[in-house]
Design a protein around this ligand. Structure first.
Ligand SMILES: Nc1ncnc2c1ncn2[C@@H]1O[C@H](COP(=O)(O)OP(=O)(O)OP(=O)(O)O)[C@@H](O)[C@H]1O
Ligand SMILES: [Mg+2]
Length: 240
């Protein structure tokens, strides 16, 4: 049974209709991959579902647990259990990682005592102990920002996680760590949509389904072999 269902989603960005009828479902505890060429609309999909005002949904539906997600403001979507890890996380001056996550956890019903226990554990899991009192993403290297997004995922344990290229710019050791954390999240019941260009990360993970986004639609669905074929031959394999 799916926890998230997206139907016929059309999204306009600026003057162009980037998504033209996207359909997919995400199941709890399963890892789904989304692949597609540069500019095909993967980030558009993630940000439109998160409720970014620059991404206008002009047609279609998205539900979480059967409830209409698109009628909710962004913070209510997050509170309902949707988490989006950004391709390019924003640097937020003046807000420390510890404070940011304490407040985010409180919104998800974790009290102060629970946070005091869980936060150091999450820092250790992501090997980010020295980042606890740094300002959110400020001056983080590319790979550190990606680990920071996964730290948020690990602490918040959302019901649905859309991860926009968590592997880009990440070194080999961190890639393994990120794969482990994603698998752990899925084992705890999170439905994962993993956006990536590289089958490398996918090789470490048990994939339930692979979607290929092209020309504004999901044009191909398959198992891990589809990710391998795209990785080897590019999107020509789909276009043929
Ligand atoms: N704010 C914006 N204004 C105008 N065009 C935009 C805006 N945001 C995205 N676009 C355009 O929408 C298209 C889809 O972009 P998107 O970032 O969703 O692609 P993507 O599949 O995530 O690509 P990549 O693999 O490079 O991350 C692109 O052509 C992009 O230039
Ligand atoms: Mg993108």
């Amino acid at each position: 049974m799916a926890i998230m269902a997206v139907q016929d989603l059309h999204v306009r960005v600026g003057d162009s209709l980037v998504l033209r009828g996207v359909d997919f479902q995400l199941s709890p505890g399963q890892i789904h991959a989304l692949m597609g060429p540069n500019g095909s609309g993967k980030t558009t999909l993630a940000l439109a579902l998160a409720g970014h005002p620059a991404y206008e949904v002009v047609r279609g539906r998205a539900t979480l647990d059967g409830y209409d997600l698109l009628s909710l403001p962004p913070h209510a979507r997050a509170r309902a259990g949707l988490f989006v890890a950004f391709q390019r996380p924003a640097e937020v001056e003046g807000v420390r990682l510890r404070e940011f996550l304490r407040l985010a956890c409180a919104e998800r019903g974790k009290g102060f005592c629970e946070f005091q226990r869980a936060f150091p554990q999450a820092l250790a899991r992501l090997r980010m102990e020295e980042f606890a009192d740094r300002e959110l993403n400020v001056g983080f290297s590319g790979g550190e920002q990606k680990r920071g997004e996964l730290l948020q995922l690990y602490l918040l344990q959302p019901r649905v996680a859309i991860l926009d290229e968590p592997d880009s710019g990440v070194d080999v050791d961190s890639l393994k760590l990120i794969a482990e954390v994603i698998e752990e999240m899925a084992e705890r019941g999170t439905a994962v949509l993993l956006i990536t260009h590289y089958p490398r990360l996918l090789e470490y993970l048990p994939l339930a389904e692979v979607f290929v986004l092209l020309d504004g639609r999901i044009v191909e669905r398959g198992g891990p072999e589809l990710a391998r074929a795209v990785g080897k031959e590019g999107f020509e394999v789909i276009r043929r």
